[in-house]
Structures are given as structure tokens and as C-alpha cells.
Design a protein around this ligand. Structure first.
Ligand code: SF4
Ligand code: SF4
Length: 335
């Protein structure tokens, strides 16, 4: 039985429910589909009129959070998005991996972003019907201010999410423009609109962490308290490695987010989604609460990894436990 929490029972606004399409968002996402296919647009449509859940997305914008912080951050983000990209220089710089790393790291020092990773681009991450002709992808991470996100689902947390999306848009554009001036074709991708690709699998490959039960990435630095943006690029940047912090084992024994999620949208077990077994959040249950609470974010806020100072100790403990278990198994085999 899920624990009682102060937001249960949750009864969605009938005005919102009247806009719910006949087709389940889980079906669009490919829940229980055994074969792989690329993702389809379900929410955060680049143009809400083009997606089945577009009327719900438009309804989300009508919920008045009574906090000017939202419109301020949205305007800031839009201003960044409206700025044209720099021209691509005809001469390409040819740098060593060390030089690329040093120069990219300098942006982190200036707080243009809080985390960076990169990997080869895989077309499986592009939405159905989208063709991408870039070799590599750079992922950028932007950490939420914990004090603000911990208040989810209050507006303080929603504004914090918007603030980080605004930083994410600016960070991606900054890096894309820098690469273009260095002669390398690059394109920024920013949330929360779906854009061209699903960023989560790309970020996992780029060393951002592992998928948690709540459907967001977890890493020891930020837990899951961060937002992503990306840059598609042909620049020959050094690539990062995938990380394993034993988050998956931890999630299989933890149920904090399951208990905290008001509409009980977080599945206890992994599900098959478009041919891949993974943690998955029930879209149809999550979206009404999400829409009525400025993006909710409770699951991110309550995850123990998100609390500053917890992640690295937790990861170290999980690694040494995994090591001890392996050593024990080797000893048993040798007997
Ligand atoms: S709250 Fe627990 S189960 Fe949920 S994502 Fe975080 S660690 Fe995993
Ligand atoms: S964002 Fe969705 S899954 Fe997460 S706690 Fe809120 S309703 Fe549940």
C-alpha cells in the first residue's frame, strides 16, 4: 500500500480532464511495445497544435501560478531562443583532446553550465521523422537550487525549474556559437520543448548518470536535481564514458518517490518501453497533477540523491558493497 501523503487523494480538475485525448500517452510512448522504434511526440510539442496532447499543454499555460517569476524566466529564455546563431567560420580549428577539454571546462568555471558530457550521436534518440546529420552531441547540466526545488510542488520550485531552463537555453546557445566561430557546424537543443531528440538516453551515454525509478537521471553530484540542454556538433570533441554508480540497485530497493507521488504514477518495477526494459513513469497519471502544479517535481525533490552532499557518499558506499559482493562470489567459486 502506498503511504498517505498530503496531496492524496488527488482529484484532477474536470476542465482539464475534458481535454484529455482518447489515446493514452503511455501508448504514444510505446509502453509494453516489444520492438524498438524511435520516440514519438507526446508532450511539450514544439507547436502544441501538432501533437495529440497539445490541448492539455495549452491548458497548462492557463494555470495561473500567481508568481511573476514564471513570466520573467520564460521571457528571458525566449529572448535567448530568438537570437540568431553565429555564422560558421570557414577555417576549422584543429585541437588536441587536451585543448578541447581545457577550453570547454573554462565555460564550467564561468558557470555557463554546471556539468558537461559528450558522446557519438545515435539516431535512435531522434523523434520519429527527424533526421539529424551531426556526428556528436554535447550534453550540459544545470543544477537546481536545492532550497527552491525542495519546496515542490509549490511555485518556488516551478520558478526554479524555469530559471534552470533559461540558463540551459543560454548555455547551449553559447557553446554552439563558440563552436561555430571555431569553424564547426553546431546546433543548440533546449528544453522544455521536445525539440528534435530525447535528451535523457543521450545524457546517460555521455556520463550524466543512470535512469532512476522516477524517470529522471541520477548522478552523485546533483542527484536528479538538474535540467539538460544539448548541442549537436561535428566538432571532434573528446567523448565521455558512461557511468555506473549502482543507482539502479538502489532504486529497486527504495520507494521514496513512489510514496511521494500524489497520483501514484511511478511504477514499482521496470517496464518494456519500445523494446527496452527500463524505469518508466505512467504518463496518463502524472500529467494531470503535473499540469495543475506548475510541473510538480516532487519526485526529483524527494529523491535522496538530490540532497546536496549525499550523492558521493552514497555512491562510494554502493560501490564498496558491490565490490565486497563480487569478492565473496569469487571466493565461493574458488572453494
Ligand atoms: S527516490 Fe529512491 S527509488 Fe525514487 S529515484 Fe530516487 S533513489 Fe530511486
Ligand atoms: S512529476 Fe509526475 S511522477 Fe513526479 S511526483 Fe509529480 S506527478 Fe508524480
Amino acid at each position: 500500500m502506498p503511504k498517505i501523503n498530503s496531496y492524496r487523494p488527488f482529484t484532477p480538475n474536470p476542465e482539464q480532464m475534458a481535454k484529455m485525448p482518447d489515446i493514452s500517452g503511455n501508448s504514444i510512448n510505446g509502453l509494453y511495445e516489444k520492438n524498438f522504434r524511435r520516440p514519438s511526440y507526446v508532450y511539450w510539442g514544439n507547436d502544441p497544435n501538432d501533437i495529440i496532447y497539445g490541448d492539455l499543454q495549452k491548458w497548462f499555460y492557463t494555470v495561473d501560478p500567481k508568481d511573476p517569476g514564471f513570466s520573467k524566466e520564460r521571457e528571458k529564455r525566449q529572448k535567448t531562443l530568438n537570437q540568431p546563431l553565429e555564422a560558421i567560420n570557414q577555417t576549422k580549428v584543429k585541437w588536441s583532446d587536451k585543448n578541447w577539454s581545457k577550453n570547454l571546462a573554462s565555460f564550467k568555471n564561468e558557470k555557463i553550465f554546471d556539468k558537461i558530457g559528450s558522446t557519438k550521436f545515435n539516431s535512435d534518440w531522434a523523434f520519429e521523422g527527424v533526421n539529424i546529420n551531426y556526428e556528436n552531441i554535447i550534453l550540459l547540466g544545470f543544477q537546481h537550487e536545492y532550497k527552491n526545488i525542495s519546496e515542490a510542488p509549490k511555485t518556488t520550485a516551478g520558478v526554479e525549474v524555469m530559471r534552470q531552463y533559461s540558463r540551459a537555453a543560454s548555455g547551449a546557445k553559447n557553446i554552439a556559437n563558440w563552436l561555430r566561430k571555431l569553424g564547426w557546424d553546431s546546433e543548440p537543443l533546449t528544453g522544455p520543448m521536445s525539440g528534435k531528440i530525447t535528451m535523457v538516453p543521450a545524457a546517460i551515454e555521455a556520463g550524466f548518470g543512470e535512469l532512476g525509478k522516477h524517470g529522471s537521471i541520477i548522478n552523485p553530484e546533483f542527484g536528479s536535481s538538474f535540467r539538460l540542454s544539448a548541442i549537436l556538433t561535428n566538432a571532434p570533441i573528446p567523448l565521455s564514458s558512461k557511468q555506473d554508480h549502482k543507482v539502479d540497485d538502489f532504486c529497486s530497493k527504495c520507494r521514496i518517490c513512489e510514496d511521494a507521488c500524489p497520483p501514484e504514477a511511478i511504477f514499482k518495477e521496470k517496464k518494456i518501453v519500445r523494446g527496452i526494459k527500463k524505469w518508466y513513469v505512467d504518463f496518463d497519471k502524472c500529467i494531470p497533477f503535473f499540469n495543475e502544479h506548475q510541473g510538480c517535481a516532487i519526485c526529483i525533490a524527494v529523491c535522496p540523491w538530490s540532497k546536496p552532499g549525499v550523492g558521493f557518499n552514497l555512491a562510494a558506499k554502493l560501490q564498496s558493497r558491490a565490490k565486497r559482493l563480487t569478492e565473496k562470489q569469487v571466493k565461493i567459486k574458488l572453494k
